[in-house]
Design a protein around this ligand. Sequence first.
Ligand SMILES: C[S@@+](CC[C@H](N)C(=O)[O-])C[C@H]1O[C@@H](n2cnc3c(N)ncnc32)[C@H](O)[C@@H]1O
Length: 254
Amino acid sequence: MQPSRTSQIVALIRSQLDRPSTPIGDADAQRKLCKGMRPSSGGSLRTSLVARTRFFDQLVLKAISERIGQVVICGAGYDDRALRFRAPAVTYFELDLPATQTDKAARLREMEADMRGLTLIPVDFRRDDPSILLRDAGFQAGRPALFLCEGLLVYLDREEVLRLLKGLRLVAFRGSKLASSLATHPEGHDSARVVATLNKRRRTGTAEPWLTVLSIDGWSSLFSHSGWRPDDISAVGGRTGGMLLVTCEPDTDL
Ligand SMILES: C[S@@+](CC[C@H](N)C(=O)[O-])C[C@H]1O[C@@H](n2cnc3c(N)ncnc32)[C@H](O)[C@@H]1O
């Protein structure tokens, strides 16, 4: 198994963006993490990635300002926020497949990153329960957290998405938030056909195929069925398809 190329491509584009950082954070962390990665043109990804990055950056900064002490980054890849947004009393838990985590850990060692406040957890969401792994890693289920699923859920099938979201809900204390970026298509389209067409167009469509692209209603129902209540859904590129940026709160009616 190779480290995720899609997460490298995203990180390489992000390393060129102008982004905020916290007073004790490392504003150069993304560039250092990308050292030696095979360059990528990034193609048409850049525009949506700018919006997506701003969305997740702002949510992390808001969580820090609200004294939320735990940030869980699912499918973290080469996300640099644990270093860029380092803050006193904030712990970051990053979950990703073992090959990517091993490569990221080596890069963090190479750049002599201060690992206090950062825990890397190897996981495969196709079979592992994140609630167990998080607790084992010191996550405190009795305190609120910000959960991020950025560019991840499209790589899992519907059942795997449901299982992951339910697992996160199990450890989501009152005041927690879940933020996700999602691939979407207009209502009434056949999701399986959309997925097949999109994968044919993607350079990484064979190594890292997309599995779940849904309408806004389809995604909303998946969140509701896993115990999360969407409180904000914004469509990037219009409501006719493309990317959704969604925040959810734990549904307390369950
Ligand atoms: C497009 S990348 C996004 C990385 C990161 N969230 C970002 O935006 O920079 C998707 C990430 O999901 C991870 N991923 C895909 N399938 C996974 C699985 N079954 N279990 C854990 N992580 C997975 C990949 O390894 C990769 O790092």
